[in-house]
Ligand binder design. Structure first.
Ligand code: ZN
Length: 244
């Protein structure tokens, strides 16, 4: 069983389509999405439709939840807030209902716990080894999958509760060892923030007991052009070129 994992698409259908082609080439059996299907990007309806049709499990991100929750939207900065207003106006009722019904976390049948932020805390950012250890202690699952930070991350916690930060760049493969627990973040499909503009995704191969991270180029200019013609904030278009 090979599981593809994507997150933080943020309405960038150009990046999403490249990632889905790569996952198909990788022969994955299933794809799951850790949330933020929309927000920031120019293709909210198309991304909702594609994710709904291609993912077996989709978790709600804070941008997805904010569409129906003023309290969540209240935490947004002005740029995110105006992009969310733009997004809400362009989603049809079916997409909106689907996005608002997504679970905030859920276990996958193969064992991993799928979250947007952290287990039991969908808006928390898991950025440090300490955050990862806290997340792993908050859940008994052997593998926890988180998005939200837009930065790929892999941590290993062994029986002594020591958390080790693992190398997790394009092409890296992490063997899943017995007795160890792991936290992975696949990075962002549509708005990476780790100084790498390429779309990010990960694969877990349960037969081989290994996880891998992948980066893929997409036509950033096509998404930027769509954002500019939609009148979305210029800084959102600019940041895609550098991945910050
Ligand atoms: Zn996000």
């Amino acid at each position: 069983m090979r599981l593809g994992i994507i997150s933080d698409i943020h309405g960038n259908a150009v990046a999403l389509q490249e990632v889905l082609i790569a996952l198909e080439d990788a022969g994955v059996d299933e794809i799951i999405c850790l949330g933020d299907v929309v927000g920031y990007g120019p293709h909210p309806g198309l991304c909702s439709e594609i994710v709904r049709g291609s993912c077996s499990l989709v978790i709600a991100g804070n941008h997805d939840r904010a569409l129906g929750d003023i309290e969540v939207q209240g935490w947004f900065n002005p740029v995110a807030d105006s992009a969310l207003e733009w997004t809400r106006e362009r989603l049809d009722d079916e997409d909106l209902e689907w996005l608002l019904a997504l679970p905030s976390e859920a276990p996958h049948a193969e064992g991993p716990l799928c979250c947007h932020g952290a287990p039991g805390a969908p808006d928390d950012y898991v950025l440090t080894a300490r955050d990862a250890r806290d997340a792993l202690l908050a859940s008994a699952c052997g593998i926890i999958l988180c998005g939200h930070t837009h930065r790929p991350m892999a941590c290993d916690i062994n029986g002594r509760r020591q958390c080790t930060w693992l190398h997790w760049c394009d092409g890296d493969v992490v063997p899943l060892e017995k007795g160890h627990r792991y936290l992975f973040n696949p990075g962002s499909v549509g708005q990476p923030r780790d100084n790498d503009s390429r779309a990010a995704y990960m694969v877990i191969d349960f037969a081989r007991q290994e996880a891998s991270l992948h980066r893929i180029r997409y036509e950033v200019g096509a998404t930027q052009r769509a954002m500019r013609s939609a009148g979305l904030p210029e800084e959102l278009a600019k940041r895609l070129a550098t991945g910050v």
